[in-house]
Design a binder for this molecule. Structure first.
Ligand code: NAD
Length: 421
C-alpha cells in the first residue's frame, strides 16, 4: 500500500488486510493458506425494527460477522455506535481471530454491531433493540458456535438481555451463549475489569523490557470507558502519574497527576470527565501530543493517523482500543522509535477472561477473583514474551510480530484440519 501524504482514505478493514499481508509475507505463508484464513467465513446483515417510546417504529441496521472458527467457536463483542459499518465489523472480527490466537485461547474471531446512537435511546428502546437483534442473529450464535460479549456502548445488562432472549427461545437457561454477563447470571469475577487489567500487565511488561520504572511514569489516556478507566486506575494504584484523560465530551489535564478514583466516581455520576476539579481543560489534539511516558488510546479506530502521529511524544503507545493507529500512523511512530503494544496483544485481557467465563459456565464451577487475575497475568505475560521474541528475532515491528504469532497459529491449525469436503 502506498504511503499517503494527505488524510488517509483507508478504512479499518483495509488496515486489517494490510497488516495481514505484511505478517503473511514475513511468515512466507503459502497463497492457499492465505486464501483460507484471510477473509470472514460468514457475514450476516439484519434489519432491526424497534417500537420507540413515542410509538413510532424505527429500523436499525445490524451485523454479525464470523471471521474464523478454525481454532474454536467464533468469539467477539457487540458494538452500538452511530459509525458502525459492515467494514468496521469485518475488521473487528478479523482482529478477534488473531487476538485469540496471540493469547492462545481456543476461539476463533467474530464481531457484531448495530448502527444506532445509544446515548439518545431510552433503556426500554435499548432492550427492545437488543432482543430483536438477538432474534435476528439467533441462527449464528450459541456456546459452541459464536459467543458475543460487550464492546463500545454495550455492557453486562446488554449481555443479560441477549442471554435471556436466547435462553427463552431454546427453552432452558444457556449462560454460555454470551460472556461479560452479570455475575449473578454466570458471569466471571474479574471480567468487567479484564481488558484494563490486561492493558496494565502489558504496560508493566513493556516497562520491564525498556528498563523503566512504572512508578512515577506519566500516562495519558484517550477514552475513559471500560478499558481506559480500569487501565488508568491500575496504573494510578501502581504509582504511575495519569496526567491527562479524555472521553467523547472533553479532555482534562493535571501535570501532578489526576485523582483517578475521584475522576471515575465523577464519570459514573455525570457521564463525563469535563469539569473535573483540580484539572485544566485541554483539546483532544493536545492529549495525543502530550509529553508522557505512556499514551493509551482507549476509544475508537484511527485516532492516530498519518497526520497527527508526528505530534506523539510518548515512549510507549499501548493500544487498549482496537485499531487506534492507522498503517500510516504506524510508520511514523515506528520511525520515531515509539514502543508499540499492539491491540491484539494489549487489549486481549478481555477475551481471555471471557474464555475463563465460558469455561466456568460450561463446568458450572466458578473461580475466585484472585484465581482469575493470576491466570490472566500468566496469559498476558506469556503472550507479551512470545510477541517480543518474534519482534527481536525477526526485526518486525511489534504490530507485525503480534500478527505473525496469531496468523501463524491459525495457519498451522488450518493446514492440519485441511479443506472440507
Ligand atoms: P466504552 O463504551 O466503555 O468506552 C468508550 C469510551 O471512549 C467512552 O468513555 C467514550 O466517551 C470514549 N470516546 C468515544 N469517542 C471518543 C473520542 N473521540 N475521544 C475520546 N474519547 C472517546 O468502550 P470500551 O469497552 O472501553 O471500548 C473502548 C475500546 O476498547 C474499543 O476500541 C473496544 O473495541 C476496545 N476493547 C474493549 C474491550 C472490552 O472488554 N470492553 C475489549 C477489547 C477491546
Amino acid at each position: 500500500m502506498a504511503t499517503t501524504t494527505t488524510k488517509e482514505k483507508i478504512n479499518a478493514y483495509e488496515a486489517a488486510l494490510h497488516n495481514f499481508d505484511a505478517a503473511a509475507d514475513a511468515l512466507e505463508l503459502k497463497s492457499d493458506t492465505r486464501e483460507m484464513i484471510k477473509y470472514p467465513e460468514r457475514v450476516l446483515m439484519v434489519s432491526v425494527p424497534v417500537r420507540m417510546d413515542d410509538g413510532r417504529i424505527r429500523r436499525f441496521e445490524g451485523y454479525r460477522v464470523q471471521h474464523s472458527s478454525v481454532r474454536g467457536p467464533a468469539k467477539g463483542g457487540i458494538r452500538y455506535h452511530p459509525n458502525v459499518t459492515l467494514d468496521e465489523v469485518k475488521a473487528l472480527a478479523t482482529w478477534m481471530t488473531w487476538k485469540c490466537a496471540v493469547v492462545n485461547i481456543p476461539f476463533g474471531g467474530a464481531k457484531g454491531g448495530i448502527t444506532c446512537d445509544p446515548k439518545h435511546m431510552s433503556e426500554g428502546e435499548l432492550e427492545r433493540m437488543t432482543r430483536r437483534y438477538t432474534s435476528a442473529i439467533l441462527p449464528l450464535i450459541g456456546p459452541e458456535q459464536d459467543i458475543p460479549a460487550p464492546d463500545v456502548y454495550t455492557n453486562a445488562q446488554t449481555m443479560a438481555w441477549i442471554m435471556d432472549t436466547y435462553s427463552m427461545t431454546k427453552g432452558y437457561p444457556i449462560p454460555g451463549v454470551v460472556t461479560g454477563k452479570p455475575v449473578c447470571l454466570g458471569g466471571s469475577l474479574g471480567r468487567n475489569e479484564a481488558t484494563g487489567r490486561g492493558v496494565f500487565y502489558t504496560i508493566q511488561s513493556a516497562c520491564e523490557h525498556l528498563h523503566m520504572a512504572l512508578r512515577g511514569a506519566t500516562v495519558a489516556v484517550q477514552g475513559f470507558g471500560n478499558a481506559g478507566s480500569i487501565a488508568a486506575q491500575l496504573l494510578h494504584e501502581a504509582g504511575a502519574k495519569v496526567i491527562a484523560v479524555s472521553d467523547s465530551t472533553g479532555c482534562v489535564y493535571n501535570e501532578h497527576g489526576l485523582d483517578i478514583p475521584n475522576l471515575m466516581h465523577m464519570k459514573a455520576l455525570t457521564g463525563h470527565v469535563e469539569g473535573f476539579p483540580e484539572a485544566e481543560k485541554i483539546s483532544p489534539a493536545e492529549l495525543l501530543a502530550m509529553q508522557c511516558y505512556v499514551l493509551i488510546p482507549a476509544a475508537l479506530e484511527s485516532a492516530i493517523d498519518g497526520e497527527n502521529a508526528t505530534a506523539v511524544r510518548a515512549r510507549i503507545v499501548a493500544e487498549a482500543a482496537n485499531g487506534p493507529v492507522t498503517p500510516d500512523g504506524d510508520r511514523i511512530l515506528e520511525a520515531k522509535g515509539v514502543f508499540l503494544i499492539p491491540d491484539i496483544l494489549c487489549n486481549a485481557g478481555g477475551v481471555t477472561v471471557s474464555y475463563f467465563e465460558w469455561v466456568q459456565d460450561e463446568q458450572h464451577l466458578f473461580w475466585e477473583a484472585q484465581d482469575v487475575y493470576n491466570r490472566l497475568e500468566r496469559v498476558m505475560r506469556a503472550a507479551f514474551r512470545d510477541v517480543l521474541k518474534i519482534h527481536e528475532e525477526s526485526a518486525a515491528p511489534m504490530r507485525i510480530a503480534a500478527n505473525m504469532l496469531g496468523i501463524g497459529r491459525v495457519a498451522e491449525a488450518v493446514q492440519i484440519r485441511g479443506i472440507y469436503p
